[in-house]
Design a protein around this ligand. Structure first.
Ligand SMILES: [Fe+2]
Length: 365
């Protein structure tokens, strides 16, 4: 290695991520490799005069070993050397550290061959005989480009990491919120079922049956899951309905019916703030629509009614029929299906009822 005592190798210098200014030349190691010692010395003196930390080599093998230990920022290498050609050394150096700015020294007749080296990632070339003005401009240009590339790559990688971290954090918060929400809503449903003992287990049974009907209809799993959740929460708005109305077995007055019907809106309002519930609030809102348009709250008909709401409505009807009520005994599943199919096209669609019938649901689930 040829170098002045003041510029002994100091290990790989730190990189700056500020592309607006170059690192000081004293922190910019440059390796010069040429089998012509006079050229190496000339380049060392010229670049050291400009403050760079320069190491010269006439032996490319030695240069290769030093590069492996301490990659320079810039490598100026002669194309034609015995033992190891400049292109081979450039390839080895770039494999070691793709950020090295490699400049090939070449004769005018070999320019085309040197240009081929760009495919390897070589940054530039310099023609022999040496033009020191051109050398200074090339060295500066290659170093600036190197800093810019590192800056952009670091920025991109920092941004990608920040986005990834933010996404993970959001997912974690959503999961947490989902857990809290599910816990809180389950507690509300349990409270509702405690207020009305004959509804005990009704929500869970509607949930399971809704999921099965959705599966039978070939809906995607996420949709089936939304149907299950909507089935569990369909009457959550009843929590705001006075207890005496929930327990009333005699006919309801118009005002009382209106009060009960409000449980759809209340349920929707309660669930809507939870974005992760997706279409669930909408299904809950429409679970008393009828396929002929005679239901509430919006009087939607046919396909206007979201399919999830249609499914929950059918599951709710089936469960209501197979569960005992204070004013009547429970129907058997077969009777319940017959009753529902008898009203196909009025309460529920034939398609949903056929799927329900195919499932042959029992009275226990
Ligand atoms: Fe309801």
């Amino acid at each position: 290695m040829i170098h002045s005592p003041a510029s002994a190798p100091k290990g790989t210098p730190r990189r700056t991520s500020d592309h607006s200014r170059l690192q000081p030349p004293t922190e910019t190691p440059i390796h010069v490799v040429d089998d012509d010692q006079a050229i190496v010395e000339a380049l060392i003196h010229f670049l050291e005069d400009r403050g760079y930390q320069v190491h010269g080599f006439v032996d490319p093998t030695e240069a290769s070993e030093v590069i492996r230990e301490t990659p320079p920022h810039l490598l100026i290498v002669d194309r034609n050397m015995p033992v190891m050609g400049g292109i081979d050394l450039a390839r080895t150096a770039l494999e070691e550290d793709p950020d090295i700015g490699v400049v090939i020294l070449t004769g005018a007749k070999e320019v085309e061959l040197a240009i081929e080296a760009f495919r390897l990632g070589v940054a530039d070339y310099l023609l022999k005989p040496l033009d020191f003005g051109e050398i200074e401009r090339t060295v500066r240009r290659v170093l600036i480009r190197r800093e810019q590339e590192i800056f952009h790559r670091d920025t991109e990688s920092r941004m990608r990491r920040a986005v990834e971290n933010r996404t993970l954090e959001l997912e974690r918060k959503n999961k947490l919120l989902e857990g809290v929400t599910v816990g809180a809503l389950t507690a509300l449903v349990e409270l509702l079922e405690q207020k009305t003992p004959h509804f005990q287990g009704h929500s869970q049974a509607v949930a399971l049956l809704s999921e099965k009907i959705a599966g039978e209809l070939g809906l995607p799993k996420t949709e089936a899951k939304a149907c299950k959740t909507a089935g569990f929460l369909h009457d959550i708005g009843m929590i705001a309905v006075p207890d005496q109305l929930l327990e009333k077995t005699s006919p309801l007055t118009q005002e009382e019916s209106t009060q009960i019907q409000q449980h759809c809106q209340i349920g929707k309002d309660l669930l809507e703030p939870f974005a992760h519930l997706g279409p669930v609030p909408e299904y809950v809102f429409h679970h008393h629509e009828r396929i002929d348009g005679s239901g509430y709250p919006d009087g939607l008909a046919g396909e206007e009614i979201p399919i999830g709401a249609q499914i929950v409505a059918a599951a709710d009807s089936f469960r209501a029929l197979v569960e005992p009520r204070p004013y009547r005994a429970a129907h058997s599943p077969t009777e319940a299906i017959e009753i529902l199919i008898g009203a196909a096209g009025i309460w529920h669609s034939e398609e949903v009822l056929t799927a329900l019938a195919r499932l042959r649901p029992s009275a226990s689930a």
